[in-house]
Ligand binder design. Structure first.
Ligand code: NAD
Length: 454
């Protein structure tokens, strides 16, 4: 079934229809219109499955995608043009160009935490770059998966873009096929499975994975702002955000003050009873809730700690006194629990972060420019913010992606166009002249080469 669909898309791709700029612009517009016509249902589904508030649903999913589409449409003409680059003197008479071309048919595999945005934002890049695409949403948010299928089939013929629904079995079958590009967003262990599958056909691959992203607050930080932005970034979507601060490193001298302020903002944002808050999301499944609840027995609870497994609900929680060897520090938390560690020197901070694989994100709260620079220079991470959380993901001018185990390749804005394009390098030589020193019959060929290629 999937094989037939892929063959159909490959056949359609070969007609060349998807590559004209006019076509691409028209499809992006169609996609936007289809989303607009389902906007309310998208909001409702996000609320139903994850209890995402309308503010989060719009700003982090729907509006995010509109902005991405608008940005693509504005710049597409310029990006699709062949780009002239310099040519060295050794190539006298020639001109050099980069021609962006679509890969062909892309497979986009999406997770459940931002089930709309993480399926559609890559698709925007695929369409802008001139590809056909098959999108496989997550089985953990089945209503959104069905809605995505509805939206996509309203906008597009399946020979161009299609949604294939299902879980691991469907994903495994799709991964056996020979796509021209795979764009995967999800966990590190599944990323490894995807990469292994891609290697069988040497399929170009973008991996958007996760990891343990640290937040650092030093003694010079503006604690009010740090507390507010940390609470927002950690507890949005109940911590189920790939770039949420996973753990907090705070200078011993300001720890108590920061924690007091964070508790204040948790109450401000979600009330005294967050279980009734319209702004606080649920955990995606009972299984995921149980995994998170097991972390609550480690260290001592500074704030929160209540939960209701059947309701898939965990209170925004801060924990102190956790050891680096505790299970909570052995895997990505991906939920509303924030372990806090105190430090006394920045070198200690760097050593702590180096216990783990390169993180997807890193956040520094400090007014000390030297400290900011020192951390950026010494620690490798996908992307991040100084004195903020999450916001680097929401600008089309900053490519978003990981490094090392947090993934490779990047997208958003121009980077999305690039992620789904191959840049074909073309040298156009003149026939009006011919530099003879490269030929073996030139008497001083080697002498000239030695001069030119120093
Ligand atoms: P996941 O890896 O379990 O699943 C992602 C997708 O892969 C789903 O569509 C699923 O059906 C499929 N899948 C699962 N197991 C598979 C297998 N064995 N073979 C083939 N396909 C399989 O991830 P998740 O639980 O949906 O999402 C959470 C993870 O995703 C976290 O680690 C988070 O950090 C990461 N994430 C990363 C980003 C990013 O942009 N870098 C964004 C969101 C989430």
């Amino acid at each position: 079934m999937s094989a037939e669909l892929l063959a159909k898309q490959q056949q359609y791709f070969r007609t060349g229809e998807t590559t004209s700029v006019k076509f691409r612009l028209k499809q992006l517009k169609k996609l936007k219109e289809a989303i607009e016509s389902y906007e309310e249902q998208i909001m409702e589904t996000l609320y139903e499955e994850l209890r995402k508030s309308p503010l989060e649903a719009y700003s982090m999913e729907i509006g995010f995608v509109y902005k991405e589409i608008r940005f693509m449409m504005k710049h597409l003409r310029k990006w699709t043009k062949p780009k002239r680059v310099k040519t060295p003197l050794t190539h006298l008479g020639a001109k050099s160009f980069l021609y962006p071309e679509p890969y062909g048919v892309s497979l986009i595999i999406a997770p459940w935490n931002y089930p709309f945005q993480l399926a559609i934002a890559p698709l925007v890049g695929a369409i802008a770059a001139g590809n056909c695409a098959i999108v496989k949403p997550s089985e953990y948010t089945p209503k959104m998966s069905a809605l995505l299928k509805k939206i996509i089939s309203k906008a597009f013929d399946e020979q161009y873009v299609a949604v294939v629904e299902g879980g691991v079995d469907v994903s495994t079958e799709l991964l056996k096929l020979r796509f021209d590009h795979i764009f995967f967003t999800g966990s590190v262990p599944v990323g490894k499975i995807v990469m292994e599958a891609a290697s069988r056909h040497l399929t170009p691959l973008t991996l958007e994975l996760g990891g343990k992203s640290p937040a650092i607050v030093d003694e010079t930080a503006n604690l009010e702002r740090a507390a507010k932005r940390l609470v927002w970034g950690k507890f949005a979507n109940a911590g189920q955000t790939c770039i949420a601060p996973d753990y907090l490193l705070v200078h011993e001298a300001v720890k108590e003050q920061l924690l007091e302020k964070m508790k204040h903002y948790i109450r401000e944002f979600y009330g005294e009873q967050p279980e009734t808050s319209e702004h606080y999301a649920k955990i995606v499944s009972e299984r995921h809730t149980k995994r998170l609840v097991s972390f609550l027995h480690q260290g001592t609870i500074v704030h929160g700690g209540r939960y209701e497994i059947e309701q898939r609900w965990i209170e925004p929680t801060i924990i102190a006194g956790v050891s680096w060897d505790d299970p909570i520090m052995q895997e990505e938390i991906f939920g509303p629990i924030l372990p806090v560690f105190a430090f006394t020197s920045i070198d200690e901070v760097i050593a702590s972060i180096h216990r783990y694989e390169k993180p997807l994100a890193l956040y520094i709260f400090s007014e000390n420019h030297r400290v900011q620079q020192h951390i950026i220079e010494r620690v490798s991470f996908g992307g991040g913010c100084i004195n903020d959380t999450l916001m680097h993901i929401a600008t089309p001018y900053l490519p978003f992606g990981g490094v090392g185990q947090s993934g490779f390749g990047a997208y958003h804005g121009k980077a999305s166009f690039d992620a789904f394009s191959h840049y074909k390098s073309v040298l156009k030589q003149t026939t009006a002249l011919d530099l003879s020193i490269r030929y073996p019959n030139h008497p001083n060929a080697l002498k000239w080469m030695k001069r030119l290629l120093k």
